[in-house]
Write a protein that binds this ligand. Sequence first.
Ligand code: PMP
Length: 392
Amino acid sequence: MSQQFARRMSTVHRSFIREILKVTADPEIISFAGGLPNPELFPVPAMDKAAHEVFANIGATALQYSTTEGDAGLRAIIAERYAKRGLTVDPDTILVTTGSQQILDLGGKIFLDRGDKVVIERPGYLGAIQAFSLFEPEFVTVSLDDDGPNLEELEAAFKAGAKCFYAVPNFQNPSGVSYSLEKRKGVAALCDRYGVLFLEDDPYGELRFLGEDLPSVFSFCKTKGLLCGSFSKIAAPGFRIGWVVAPQKDIYDKLVIAKQAADLHTSTVAQAIMRRYLETNDIEAHVALIRERYGRQRECMVEMIGKYFPEGVTITRPEGGMFLWVTMPDGCSSMELLDMAVRDKVAFVPGRPFYVDGSGENTLRLNFSNSDEARIEEGIKRLGRSIQSFLK
Ligand code: PMP
């Protein structure tokens, strides 16, 4: 039977996280597993109004096929928002995509042949591992320190012939780690020196609740850089609207061809509603609200971990985003801990799926964006109890 499937499917699995989400559908379980934004912050009435206005004003256009590149007005707004943050972007270099996840597929299609070396962070974003795996590359991993990737390891990977480095420099999923300014410059300089394509995935950059905003690695890349963004975490993921900035015309054109082949274009009606929403609402005020809420929830989670987790368990202290990362003593299995935790009605994502080399057994990811402070306190208390008895 297995012979009916293409070879590329043999090494790719269902997302482990989506499988856990089925278990955590039980409302009694406090779940820190999903990567979900807080739905209380979705701008429902404003989107409702924007949708009505779109159908009243440009209904037929919004329901028609449209260009692959994306809504010109929406691309102009994306460029204006970058300008406010100090990055000059030509709207004609922006390709609107069906979620930023789609870029990982399109990028894989245009860059990766079987066996090509692609560098990812260790731990790395599961959705990228899954998307790239379909192109059968050789993954090379670089370890993440508190301030970003280990540059010696990165250089060694580049010397060994890597084609591309995929990274999430702001509040990384899964670890919550952000690159320091020095590491950003260092990564860009190495990519330039070795002619390696840098694919920067930045869905969380605007969700900084502590410290100073830093320029993207992309902004330091002189040669081959791509910058991906998304409305998923600053407005709502259900629209499935992301984008990529691709200043190199040959790369942009190839991405457009791959997108045409994949889905012709991103939903016209979704783009029209998002554009109307952005034109008639103060998105910056909305993002400030999200930052404030997530900041409080992260604060609460860190405090509760201090109170309820046993000695010997360490965590990252993210300055933004939606996740923090827990490391238990060597030899502890977070997969085994999960069984115990679910019985105690709390869930998380074990770290191992984020490692392509099968390591990370003693690590786990906690999401703090999708639970209020009362649930965080109760959930961390339960998890602390599970870890305590597990370590005994
Ligand atoms: N990249 C990273 C690092 C993510 O965490 C996510 C969402 N889980 C995505 C890309 C995909 O986001 P979307 O397709 O909703 O824009």
